[in-house]
Design a protein around this ligand. Structure first.
Ligand SMILES: [Zn+2]
Length: 256
C-alpha cells in the first residue's frame, strides 16, 4: 500500500518537474542568484534581506517558474521571454499586448525603486526580477516567434528526442551534473566584465548569440558531446554575465 502511494507521489512529482522544464534550468537561475549575491553592496544586501525575510537570491530565483503551474499566474507567462525576428531589434518589433520580458523587468525595477511600494509588492517584483534577468541571458528566450524560441525545433539530444529550447535551458547544464555552488564558485573566479543596466542591451546581446545557435542547428539536428562541450563555455559566460548584471541592477536600485 505504502509502496503504491509512494510510486504515485513520485509520478506526480516527476510530472510537476517536467511541466516546469522549459525554463533556464534550476541550476542556471541559482548560479545567477549566487553570483549576484557575492557582488552586492552592503546596502543592497541588507535591503534584500529585509524584503525576502532572509531568503537567498539563489533560493527565490526559480519561484517565478514554480508558480507557472498555478492558473492565477498564467497571465505572467509572456513575462519570461520576448520573440524577435533575427534581423530586428526590440524597438522595431510589434509588442506582445500581454507583455514581454523587457517590459516586465522595467516594471520590476520601477516598483522596487519606489519607496512607497509595500513590502509584499517589493517581494513579488524582486523575485520576478531575479528570475527574469536570468531568463533574458538564455539566448533562446529572445528567439524567433515562429518556432517559439526553439521550443518547436525538434532535435536529438544524445539519442533522445528533445527540442532546442530545452537543450539550452537545462540539458547542457545537466549533462555536467554540477551543483549550483560549485559552478558559481568556478565563475566567481573569472575576471569581471563591465555590464549594461539596460534590459534592451541584454536582449540585443542574447540575440547575437541566438543567431549563432540557430545557424549551427541548421547544419546539424543531432546534438552530441562535441556540441555540448563547445557550447557550455557560452552558457557559462552568459551565467556569469547574468549574475554580474543582476548585482549591478540591484546595487543601482538600492543605492543610498
Ligand atoms: Zn522563466
Amino acid at each position: 500500500m505504502y509502496k503504491k502511494i509512494s510510486i504515485l507521489l513520485l509520478l506526480i512529482f516527476s510530472q510537476t518537474l517536467h511541466s516546469n522544464e522549459d525554463v533556464w534550468g534550476r541550476v542556471g537561475h541559482q548560479v545567477i542568484g549566487e553570483i549576484a549575491t557575492q557582488n552586492l553592496s552592503p546596502n543592497a544586501l541588507s535591503e534584500i534581506y529585509k524584503i525576502l525575510d532572509g531568503q537567498s537570491l539563489a533560493l527565490v530565483s526559480t519561484w517565478a517558474d514554480e508558480m507557472r503551474s498555478n492558473p492565477e499566474f498564467r497571465k505572467y507567462n509572456s513575462w519570461h521571454y520576448v520573440n524577435m525576428p533575427l534581423d530586428k531589434e526590440y524597438h522595431e518589433i510589434i509588442k506582445n499586448p500581454k507583455g514581454d520580458i523587457i517590459k516586465a523587468i522595467n516594471k520590476c525595477i520601477e516598483v522596487l525603486k519606489k519607496e512607497k511600494s509595500s513590502k509584499e509588492m517589493k517581494s513579488f517584483y524582486l523575485k520576478y526580477l531575479v528570475h527574469l534577468v536570468g531568463d533574458i541571458h538564455q539566448p533562446l528566450h529572445v528567439g524567433r516567434f515562429e518556432d517559439r524560441g526553439g521550443n518547436d525545433i525538434k532535435i536529438d539530444f544524445l539519442g533522445k528526442v528533445s527540442n532546442l529550447h530545452r537543450v539550452w535551458d537545462t540539458q547542457i547544464i545537466e549533462y555536467y551534473t554540477l551543483d549550483y555552488k560549485s559552478l558559481s564558485n568556478e565563475l566567481l573566479n573569472k575576471q569581471k566584465t563591465q555590464v549594461s543596466l539596460s534590459p534592451k542591451d541584454w536582449s540585443f546581446e542574447s540575440q547575437q548569440q541566438v543567431k549563432k545557435i540557430y545557424s549551427q542547428i541548421l547544419l546539424k539536428k543531432n546534438i552530441n558531446s562535441e556540441y555540448i562541450e563547445k557550447n557550455f563555455s557560452l552558457i557559462k559566460s552568459q551565467l556569469h554575465k547574468g549574475g554580474l548584471t543582476l548585482a549591478a541592477v540591484l546595487n543601482d536600485i538600492f543605492k543610498k
